[in-house]
Design a protein around this ligand. Structure first.
Ligand code: ARG
Length: 463
């Protein structure tokens, strides 16, 4: 044996090819797992000592070495070595440097296969809990904005096919996104519950002959239970796929919110004014104020969805159990978690600073025949079949369109020419402020309903 050998050098005659080594290494990104890796190792060492697989003193010196390494990492003094491939080998090698050969006992009854599966679960558990707190914050913002704008006067057109359809309260619009974000949080909670079991002790793939205590390590690491099958424990990444799908759906919902904001802040709509702090200018056009932040939240849904597809593709053809392909699980997870978290935070910071232009919104809400359905509903209430009522009002709209007039300009006499059942009450329903009160079915946009919805949502977020 000549030059410095890799950990598995005993079996090898040649030293690794430089390019192959570089390609194989994951240190540049899995360093991020260092602290959870140490956490897992401390628990594993304590278990080995308790089970008399190593002595109490050996357990103690491993523990003190790991604590020292943790300090070095936290204070930035740890010297990472690319040639040691990954975070696990870096920490083990430093441990042996610090405490001597006994450091090599840490890896008894363990493999990097159960180790990395444990690390990723621990890391993801922490990140998803943090994400839930950020989403909660955004949900609070959505509710408080809904509360702030809870007035019949704060009304905008609701759209279908991006054509003006019917007026809706601005509060109702905020609460629509609140509902989506509530489900997004629920999906992450589900994922957290399912991923919280411990692969540690599955060793390379079959379990081990050492008398380990998996219940103990699972409990000490805050897992619900040890995973029941060792092959599953080292090879499954569906917990990562589940997290990525929940995150991708969350990012897509944010993307839709961003898209509404971009549209509403355009001069074509003019409903909202973006805060300067969340906009950018143009390097050439002095008048420009662009919705870059909202656009990026929308745009980044591409990469987050890409992360899901990356991991799904990595896993789909893999034979049981561990394959090095699984090293490719980390970057998509890291990137998606970071991107989504930033997007949630930015949205929460930006929303309260939007300035809503009520006059423009209301004007848009009552023009474009948005209240035509009200007239049809009126006739239907008076006994016409809805289909007939629809036809009558269709004719009114056709005539108004050809004379270039809005619904609100109709007089009662004119209305009566289309149907005898039309009365003063019908005329009322063509006025925005009275019309909005009619949409009072459960979940509807009538102010009384929205008020109830705001109250319920406030209670849910603990305000
Ligand atoms: N860096 C590896 C990964 O991320 C750790 C596990 C290595 N296991 C192995 N048998 N080579 O998956």
């Amino acid at each position: 044996m000549s030059k410095k050998q890799a950990t598995w050098g005993g079996r090898f005659n040649e030293t690794p090819d430089k390019l192959a080594q570089e390609f194989n290494a994951s240190l540049s990104f899995d360093r991020r797992l260092a602290l959870v890796d140490i956490e897992g190792s401390m628990v594993h060492a304590a278990m080995l000592a308790k089970q008399n697989i190593i002595t109490t003193e050996e357990g103690e010196s491993i523990r003190s070495g790991l604590l020292k390494i943790r300090d070095e990492i936290v204070s930035g003094k740890f010297v990472w070595k690319q040639e040691l491939e990954d975070v696990h080998m870096n920490i083990e090698s430093r441990l042996i440097e610090l405490v001597g050969a006994v450091g090599g006992k840490l890896h008894t009854a363990r493999s990097r296969n159960d180790q990395i599966a444990t690390d990723v679960r621990l890391w993801l558990r922490g990140e998803l809990s943090g994400l839930l707190a950020e989403i909660k914050q955004l949900r609070k913002v959505l509710v408080s904005e809904a509360h702030k704008h809870l007035e019949p006067a704060a009304v905008l057109p609701g759209y279908t096919h991006l054509q003006r359809a019917m007026p809706v309260l601005l509060s109702h619009w905020f609460l629509a996104y609140y509902e989506m974000l509530t489900r997004d949080a629920g999906r992450i909670e589900d994922c957290l519950n399912r991923l919280n079991e411990s692969p540690l002790g599955a060793a390379a793939l079959t379990g081990t002959g050492f008398p380990i205590d998996r219940e103990m390590t699972a409990k000490a690491l805050g897992f619900e239970r040890p995973m029941r099958n060792s092959l599953d424990a080292v090879s499954s990444r569906d917990f990562g796929l589940e997290a990525l799908s929940a995150i991708a759906i969350g990012q897509i919902n944010l993307s839709r919110l961003a898209e509404d904001i971009i549209l509403y802040a355009s001069s074509e709509f003019g409903f909202a004014v973006l805060p300067d702090a969340f906009s950018t200018g143009s390097s050439i056009m002095p008048q420009k104020k662009n919705a870059d932040i909202a656009e990026l939240i929308r745009g980044k849904s591409g990469r987050v969805l890409g992360s899901f597809v990356t991991l799904a593709t990595v896993v789909k053809g893999l034979p049981l159990t561990y394959n090095k392909d699984l090293q490719e699980d980390k970057e998509p997870l890291f990137d998606a978690v970071d991107t989504y978290r930033m997007s949630v935070k930015l949205m929460a910071a930006m929303l309260p600073q939007l300035k809503w232009n009520r006059e423009v919104m209301a004007k848009a809400a009552e023009s474009g025949y948005s209240l035509a359905t009200e007239l049809a509903d009126y006739l239907a209430v008076k006994g016409l079949s809805f289909r007939e009522a629809h036809h009558v009002v269709g004719a009114i709209v056709r005539d108004l369109v050809s004379s270039g007039r809005e619904l609100s300009t109709l007089s009662l006499e004119e209305l009566k020419k289309y149907h005898v059942l039309f009365s003063e009450e019908a005329l009322e329903r063509t006025k925005l402020q009275s019309a909005i009160h009619y949409r009072n079915s459960l979940g509807g946009t009538a102010p009384e309903r929205v008020e109830q919805a705001v109250a319920a949502a406030k209670q849910e977020v603990g305000e």
